[in-house]
Design a protein. Structure first.
Length: 290
């Protein structure tokens, strides 16, 4: 279901862009070009949002034919059914999508961070992030991983249900890198890295985590899953990125600097909330941002 929601989102974004394109813009004589510029900005944003979600769909292994069909359906004005009749597992399936979204963001960030550090060694560096941004990037990664693990535990996510959520084989990582960092030039890597280093990610995660009850009965899950740590994901990404790079000594040094020591904790447990759980905030990965 969480994979289907990606296809639904692609279809609806395609429809949204088509509708906006057909509606056009209204600029009365002598009124300047602000209306046209706003219209074009919206078109560009919708296209960028769809492109990012399509890249994620390719990265997790959704067949290209299904992605193309979703895009074509939206272009013909057919919207996906994002509000089906609620079933017994509707809430659980929705929350499962939160986990999948967090894990994707962690993998994407891990790949971008390693590429960001390695390119600074192998290419002429053009940007040098401030130390606070480097520290914030790592805090964002850690916060996302902890929240994803807490939610996965809370719903008793099984191994079968987590299939496809994160890379487990070399071919999985190759597909992720082909859809992301291998297609980014240096400026695209820098832009995405800085977006992922914004403090708002950690702030949003902490806010959401305080609204999730973390009293977990491990017996509810016969096959509890453990999401790979950001450190493990960076290690895997670095191994595959180095295969396509040159300069063994420089690459080895870059990998070492891209892989800080793992955090000592495995779970962050805020105080039990007084209010019912709320969905993750909108300041996370919404498509065009990364």
């Amino acid at each position: 279901m969480w994979q289907q929601r990606l296809l639904d989102r692609i279809q609806d974004l395609s429809d949204d862009r088509g509708r906006l394109l057909r509606e056009g813009y209204d600029t009365p004589p002598g009124a300047g070009e602000l209306s046209m510029l706003a219209w074009r900005t919206q078109l560009l944003q919708l296209a960028a949002d769809r492109s990012e979600i399509e890249a994620r769909a390719h990265a997790i292994g959704i067949p290209p034919a299904e992605i193309a069909a979703a895009r074509a359906g939206g272009s013909r004005g057919r919207r996906a059914d994002l509000n089906p009749e609620p079933g017994a597992d509707a809430v659980r399936e929705h929350v499962m999508g939160w986990v999948a979204s967090d894990v994707w963001q962690i993998q994407h960030m891990a790949a971008i961070d390693v590429a960001h550090r390695m390119r600074a060694v192998t290419d002429a560096p053009r940007f040098e992030p401030e130390p606070w941004m480097v520290a914030q990037f790592e805090r964002n990664l850690s916060a996302l991983w902890i929240r994803a693990g807490n939610v996965a535990d809370a719903i008793g996510l099984t191994v079968d249900e987590s299939a496809g959520m994160w890379a487990r084989t070399s071919s999985d990582w190759q597909r992720i890198l082909d859809a992301t960092t291998h297609s980014y030039d240096n400026e695209a890597v820098e832009e995405r890295w800085r977006i992922y280093a914004r403090p708002g990610i950690e702030t949003s995660v902490i806010r959401d985590a305080t609204a999730i009850t973390l009293r977990v009965d491990v017996a509810l899950s016969e096959q509890p899953v453990r999401i790979p740590t950001p450190h493990a994901m960076k290690t895997a990404a670095a191994a595959f990125l180095s295969d396509s790079s040159s300069g063994a000594d420089a690459i080895a040094d870059a990998i070492d600097r891209a892989l800080p020591a793992e955090a000592d904790h495995t779970r962050w447990e805020p105080a039990p909330p007084a209010d019912p759980p709320q969905p993750p905030g909108r300041d996370l990965d919404t498509g065009a941002q990364p």
